[in-house]
Structure formats: C-alpha cells, structure tokens
Ligand binder design. Sequence first.
Ligand code: UDP
Ligand code: MG
Length: 309
Amino acid sequence: MHLISIVVPCYNEQETVALFYDATSKVCENLKMGYEIIFVNDGSKDNTLQELIKLYELHKNHVRVIDFSRNFGKESGLLAGLEAARGDFITVMDADLQDPPSFIPKMLEIMETQDIDIVGTRRVTRKGEPKIRSFFAREFYKLINKFSEVEIVDGARDFRMMKRSVVDSILRLKEYNRFSKGIFAWVGYKTVYLEYENVERVAGETSWSFWKLFAYAIDGIVAFTIAPLRIATLLGLFISGVSFVMILFVFFRTLIFKDPVAGWPSMVIIIMFLGGIQLLALGIIGEYLSKTYMEVKNRPSYIVRKTYE
Ligand code: UDP
Ligand code: MG
C-alpha cells in the first residue's frame, strides 16, 4: 500500500493545528492509501507544542511531531519534514489552512493518471493582502526570473505534492541558505499547477512582516543568481570608460586653455557619485560573501530537541 506524507511547518499556530488536523485527516481518510502528518514545531513561543502532543496522543498512527530546539525559520522546518517523510507521495502545507486540503485527492489523481512528478499550486489573486505587498511581490518575481536560470512561477505557493524521486533530489541540495521556491524550481521534473483564489488564514496571524519578506526576497536573489555581481562589474567598466574619456578631455583642455581651477562643483558631484557606486558594489559583494561565509561554516539547518513518533 502507498503512503502519503504531509509536512507542516508550524510557528505559533496553537489555534490552527487542531483545525488543520481535522480538515486534513477527513480528506486523507477517503484516500486509498495510508497517511502520515509530520508537524514540525519551529520553536513556537505559544502552546503549539502542547497542542501537537495532544494530537499525537490521540492519533499516534497518523501524527509525527518534530520539535526544534528554537525557531529556525520555515525553510528549515520544510527541510526537516522532507527528511523525515517516508511516503511515496509527499505534500508540503501551511498549518493555517490557506492551502485547501481538498486539493489532495485531485493532486493524487493527476499523479496517478498522468506522467507528472509534481503538482504545485498557484494563487491567481492576492485578495486580502496589502496592495503594496502584492506590488513588491510581483516586481520580485519579474526581477528574479529575468536573471535566474530557473523559472520561479509568480504566485506559486509552497503547497505542492511531489513524488518520492523529486524529494530525494531536493534533499541532495545541501545548501544552508535554503530558498525553497528556487530549490523546487531548480530540481526540474514535470510539473503542473492547480490555480486557486487566495484564502485567508483561519486563525492566528502571519509571521511575515514586510521587512522579513524584503530580506527573504534578497536572500532568494542572492541564492539563485549572481547577476548583481555582474551588474556591479559592468557598471564599473562603464564608469571607468567614461572617466577615461573625461581624463583626456580635462587634460587637453588644461593644456590648451590653461584653466586649472574651475569645475569644483562638478568634481564634488563626480566624487560623491563614484563613492556611492563603490559602496553599492561593496554591499553586493558583502551579500554574497556573507552567504558564502554561512555555507562554509557548514552548520546544520536545524537542531531537533525531541521527536514524537
Ligand atoms: N512558519 C514556520 N516558521 C517560521 C515562520 C512560519 O514554520 O519562522 C510556518 C507557519 O506556521 C505556517 C507557514 O510557515 O505554517 C507559513 O507561514 P504564514 O502563514 O505566517 O505565512 P503566509 O501564509 O502569510 O505567507
Ligand atoms: Mg499562511
């Protein structure tokens, strides 16, 4: 008999995990295969762990809980869940029911009847989300897709079902800075997307502030393209070229017209402009250097305090 694993990273989700379990298990009971739900408690500060242990005590044959030693972020939670999953089909879902469990049978059906390895989901609307956030999100996708070698689909959620072989491939990517949207796209495989309208979370609050998302976007760009480094190089080349022409111009003008002191304002402007560009380029290098530093340290992505299974 086949097994489906459902991986659920949870951070401060005390109100939602029980609701999530009820809704999801109801759907899974009707599948013609076994199921396991792997909750990863990502260092929650509320009673999420107690709620999860309650679920585990009640449904030992379907629930597994991985408790992190602190908050390591959703990406680490996903990784821990994927590593623990034993299923032939593996699904990744949010705890807040923004990912409708009713999609699971549909996804399985597509996998079983067609030659497809991944069924993803994408939101076609961003209803209920602040306008400014939607704007930045769309610009982010435009930017990263222009430069990165893999296509990251706009609005694609992490909610997806994958075959065992896909998850094995994902786990071969050992990087510390994990940008899942990119990693999912990078491994390739035959993918179809189901589309749906944005659903708001059932309870609790999103843990993503605008700045957290902004930092996440920078992480994604740094993780999946080196285009900013190249832009810095090209900018440097261009400015050097322009400066060379200007040097010749100023040199000969001084020789011919003997006019050495004029042009102080323009000089200050140029110095400031170049100083700005240099700092920007240094900052870009710093972004990549810091990521390299973290990779070289080779730390584990998460630490497990205890597992319940
Ligand atoms: N999450 C997590 N660790 C974190 C932040 C979030 O495991 O540090 C989980 C969270 O519990 C939820 C999922 O990641 O199951 C998505 O988070 P959220 O709903 O806050 O994000 P949104 O849906 O607003 O993008
Ligand atoms: Mg959510």
